[in-house]
Write a protein that binds this ligand. Structure first.
Ligand code: HPA
Length: 272
């Protein structure tokens, strides 16, 4: 990746972003950012003002960066994300994580919408990521190595930090929200999967499938940032779902789940 790309993005962020490390970075997809409870907003920057991050090309994924306080914690929230399938390159996809790294952020919560593969899952369920399978076969760390981004060959034994997973499970349970732990299969998109692909991913050990999160998680983990991943099952995966899949249905399920997603995030921030 091109390091200067991130310099240009960092340049437009006010000094206030870099003077005190955020207690948590958050990357939210699916319009969930607006539901986060913010006691005191320190600054808001539309993605269109951040070079390289730019405007999402996906309906329902408009973005802004919000630095705010909640429960006395400082939260750096990237509301909206860019995806590999947009064809915008790795820099744009992982820019939020690189900016968080430059802010000195040590913990990151990634949220997303997924298709459910594990038969125990229903639409509307929440899944805490235990691990992932990168079916795409490429990742943002290929290319010239930078010391800042961790070792040349980063360990991925525990991408999703155990104690953050425990925290997510505990806060959801307190709220009376059922969660399962699962393995996320990352696909390139933008096509939804075929039923045969879903059967293959099930055999490989995947519980859910989605088109995001893994690039950010891999990059953050390599940089030494602790990662938590929380998925909303928006639909049953292809071949399991009785109906064809549409982006509109995924967005509708994400909107319906917004209050619960915000509640879990809020309780997680309180528990930090
Ligand atoms: N497949 C891939 N990505 C998704 C899905 C799905 O079924 N649902 C939401 N995001």
């Amino acid at each position: 990746m091109d390091y200067a790309f991130f310099d240009r993005a960092a340049e437009v962020l006010p000094d206030a972003c870099f003077t005190q490390p955020p207690d948590l970075g958050v990357v939210l997809g699916s319009g969930w950012g607006e539901a986060l409870v913010k006691d005191h907003v320190l600054l808001r920057i539309p993605y269109s003002d951040i070079p390289g991050v730019g405007r999402s090309t996906v309906v329902g994924h408009a973005g802004e960066f919000v630095l705010y306080e909640r429960f006395g914690r400082r939260i750096a929230a990237f509301c909206g994300r860019r995806h590999w399938y947009e064809g915008v390159g790795w820099e744009t996809v992982v820019a939020p994580v690189e900016l968080l790294r430059r802010m000195g952020c040590a913990r990151l919560l990634l949220t997303n919408a997924v298709g459910g593969i594990n038969p125990a899952l229903h639409a509307g369920d929440f899944v805490i990521l235990r691990d992932h399978i990168n079916t795409v076969g490429v990742n943002p760390l290929a290319g010239p190595h930078r010391e800042e981004w961790g070792p040349r060959f980063p360990d991925m034994t525990e991408v999703y930090t155990q104690h953050l997973r425990d925290m997510l499970r505990a806060v959801a349970r307190k709220l009376g929200i059922r969660t399962l732990e699962g393995v996320y299969a990352f696909t390139a998109g933008p096509v939804f999967e075929t039923p045969a692909e879903i059967r293959a991913y099930a055999h490989l050990g995947a519980d859910v499938v989605g088109m995001s999160t893994v690039p950010e998680a891999v990059f953050a983990r390599a940089c030494g940032i602790q990662v938590a991943g929380l998925s909303l099952v928006a639909n049953l995966a292809a071949g399991i779902s009785p109906v064809p899949l549409t982006h509109e249905d995924v967005m509708r399920a994400s909107t319906e789940a917004k209050p619960l997603m915000a509640k879990i995030c809020d309780a997680f921030i309180e528990a930090l």
